[in-house]
Design a protein around this ligand. Sequence first.
Ligand SMILES: *[C@@H]1O[C@H](CO)[C@@H](O)[C@H](O)[C@H]1NC(C)=O
Ligand SMILES: *[C@@H]1O[C@H](CO)[C@@H](O)[C@H](O)[C@H]1NC(C)=O
Ligand SMILES: *[C@@H]1O[C@H](CO)[C@@H](O)[C@H](O)[C@H]1NC(C)=O
Ligand SMILES: *[C@@H]1O[C@H](CO)[C@@H](O)[C@H](O)[C@H]1NC(C)=O
Ligand SMILES: *[C@@H]1O[C@H](CO)[C@@H](O)[C@H](O)[C@H]1NC(C)=O
Ligand SMILES: *[C@@H]1O[C@H](CO)[C@@H](O)[C@H](O)[C@H]1NC(C)=O
Ligand SMILES: *[C@@H]1O[C@H](CO)[C@@H](O)[C@H](O)[C@H]1NC(C)=O
Ligand SMILES: *[C@@H]1O[C@H](CO)[C@@H](O)[C@H](O)[C@H]1NC(C)=O
Ligand SMILES: *[C@@H]1O[C@H](CO)[C@@H](O)[C@H](O)[C@H]1NC(C)=O
Ligand SMILES: *[C@@H]1O[C@H](CO)[C@@H](O)[C@H](O)[C@H]1NC(C)=O
Ligand SMILES: *[C@@H]1O[C@H](CO)[C@@H](O)[C@H](O)[C@H]1NC(C)=O
Ligand SMILES: *[C@@H]1O[C@H](CO)[C@@H](O)[C@H](O)[C@H]1NC(C)=O
Length: 516
Amino acid sequence: MSLRRLALAAFTLSAGVSVRAGTVQKAGLTVPSNYTSQLDTLKSIFNVTYSAYQQYACPHDELQPDSKVGIDDIMGWGATIVDALDTMWIMGFTDLFEQGVNQVSETNFNVTTDDGNLASVFDATIRYIGGLLSAYELSDQKYPVLLEKAKNIADNMAYAWVDGNAIPYNGIFLSNYSIQDGFTNVAQAGTLLLEWGTLTKYTKNDTYQKLAEEATLKLASLPAPIPGIPGQLLYPNGSNIDDLVTWGSGTDSYLEYLPKWARLSNTNDTTYADTWLMAVDSSIEALLKRSTVDNWLYLADYANKTIQHVSSHLACFHGGNWILGGKLLNNDTIVNYGLELVDACFNTYRSTTTGIGPESFAYISSDGNYTGSSDPITSNQTDFYNENGFYITNAAYYQRPEVLESNFYAWRATGDTKYLDNAVWAIEAFQKYLPASSLGGVGWACITDVMSTDSPQWNDQAAYFFAEVMKYLYLTFDDPNNISLDEYVFNTECHPFKAPPAKSQYGSGKVINMTN
Ligand SMILES: *[C@@H]1O[C@H](CO)[C@@H](O)[C@H](O)[C@H]1NC(C)=O
Ligand SMILES: *[C@@H]1O[C@H](CO)[C@@H](O)[C@H](O)[C@H]1NC(C)=O
Ligand SMILES: *[C@@H]1O[C@H](CO)[C@@H](O)[C@H](O)[C@H]1NC(C)=O
Ligand SMILES: *[C@@H]1O[C@H](CO)[C@@H](O)[C@H](O)[C@H]1NC(C)=O
Ligand SMILES: *[C@@H]1O[C@H](CO)[C@@H](O)[C@H](O)[C@H]1NC(C)=O
Ligand SMILES: *[C@@H]1O[C@H](CO)[C@@H](O)[C@H](O)[C@H]1NC(C)=O
Ligand SMILES: *[C@@H]1O[C@H](CO)[C@@H](O)[C@H](O)[C@H]1NC(C)=O
Ligand SMILES: *[C@@H]1O[C@H](CO)[C@@H](O)[C@H](O)[C@H]1NC(C)=O
Ligand SMILES: *[C@@H]1O[C@H](CO)[C@@H](O)[C@H](O)[C@H]1NC(C)=O
Ligand SMILES: *[C@@H]1O[C@H](CO)[C@@H](O)[C@H](O)[C@H]1NC(C)=O
Ligand SMILES: *[C@@H]1O[C@H](CO)[C@@H](O)[C@H](O)[C@H]1NC(C)=O
Ligand SMILES: *[C@@H]1O[C@H](CO)[C@@H](O)[C@H](O)[C@H]1NC(C)=O
């Protein structure tokens, strides 16, 4: 089916077979004993890198000069402290955890380090509200200040909904509680529900959940170039700006949260799971591509009415998301595609000189090689493609988690130890290439070139490195009954929320048919 026809295709819901939700994790899963030493390795990496944060970047107000380990300190509230709290709890660093809670209690979340006191609703939600609430839950609600601060932040962010719009502006000036005018995107507007819903659960104030639900339902109702996936940029009044469809940055976590919210809330509204199934179904139809070399499976982008044969480290969350959603909907077709996506993403690690995957890449499939850029494929890229089934378009590694996140879902769902080997591979590569050379190895840096064993480094240690890379790796080797995927749902920053027992069915259970 041509894309144009697909875009115009009508979707019908027809009565289908009854589908029972499956468990996500493989029953009786254990980590073989020869892998459990990785837990100590990871604890020691956390210890070293977090103390570098304390030494060079704390107190958490300013970025350090380049000779120090910089910190991804969104809004100057100590993103690393908040992001790392649940990781500390899970790894058993209780002293650091309590110290972190004290620092949080002393932080004034009504001002930011930005001149105009500008805050991002998206960042405040996924890192701060998410991090505070998961730490609050994991520590059995013994630290009420964590809930109070999450509520404080959300009360400030709630000013982003104006003019009766279902969708919030993403920027809010805390100096005067007015919005920063401009457009937003699907991910910023659609990645609120797990956090704001959990806040409602603990505060009993329905407004938080309602605001987030209305934003997501509005996105789900917009006309979509690829059914189920709206164009990426839009104004809060719902006016759409472009036709970019991607599982990558700017749209990613909206799609991620659709099945996750269905699972975390057990809502009777089937829109979330049904919209996700529609997005997956049309992605299979329109975006799923196989490389002409080695037959790797990728999900292309679509923009300006054209398929773009590109992908990215950020997009690589999709494998784990399809495994999770496929399990919840009891749909092995989706789970199996998810597992193939995980393999293709991990191939980007296995193929580079450092053993670390690049920020973005492209590939050739039988229907073309358009990359969305006028740059021709260089002969080096062609050579690399012929060896590896993808070629690199941005060779940096920004301490991103998504490849290891999906690898974690694949491990817990299948019990295949090749995923444990993948995680060992990544740890060993990180240990070789990420220690910040300008600091004699304390603190871990980002590298600009995964194809060089002597890559230039940026002394920037991401908050999400502590929240996500460290936690997904640790949980990969931890007892699978700890933070089981059948009991917890992770927000997009890897903050786990406790879920109720699963329902017997997610979504309407009706098969969505594309007609044309
Ligand atoms: C653990 O043991 C298995 C089976 O003996 C082996 O295949 C695997 O490579 C080992 N892994 C590690 C990290 O030692
Ligand atoms: C963390 O590192 C410090 C030294 O910097 C050491 O004293 C401490 O025992 C380490 N803690 C753990 C749990 O590894
Ligand atoms: C993880 O599981 C192990 C073994 O069952 C247990 O000793 C440990 O306390 C658990 N950790 C957490 C954080 O639940
Ligand atoms: C709110 O504060 C910001 C930053 O100082 C400023 O740019 C904006 O004009 C103010 N908005 C209103 C409505 O006063
Ligand atoms: C901080 O913000 C919260 C939430 O909007 C508000 O309740 C509180 O009064 C503010 N505190 C100060 C000192 O402005
Ligand atoms: C619930 O939260 C909203 C958003 O911050 C706030 O406007 C409202 O006053 C709160 N309601 C109650 C009953 O506290
Ligand atoms: C939505 O907002 C944009 C930007 O302010 C504006 O250009 C557009 O006309 C508005 N659309 C509607 C339907 O009001
Ligand atoms: C869903 O509907 C059932 C039956 O009406 C009801 O018992 C349950 O509380 C509802 N669940 C939620 C999350 O609202
Ligand atoms: C399973 O997923 C595939 C791919 O999205 C879809 O075509 C099929 O209808 C789904 N099956 C059911 C029973 O929902
Ligand atoms: C679509 O085309 C417009 C105009 O040429 C360009 O500015 C924009 O970047 C393109 N969008 C994408 C996602 O490539
Ligand atoms: C890429 O596609 C163009 C046509 O769009 C074609 O001329 C070129 O040969 C292709 N390159 C490769 C390496 O397949
Ligand atoms: C192409 O590859 C060669 C050999 O690996 C390398 O020396 C050269 O710098 C590369 N050129 C570019 C533009 O990356």
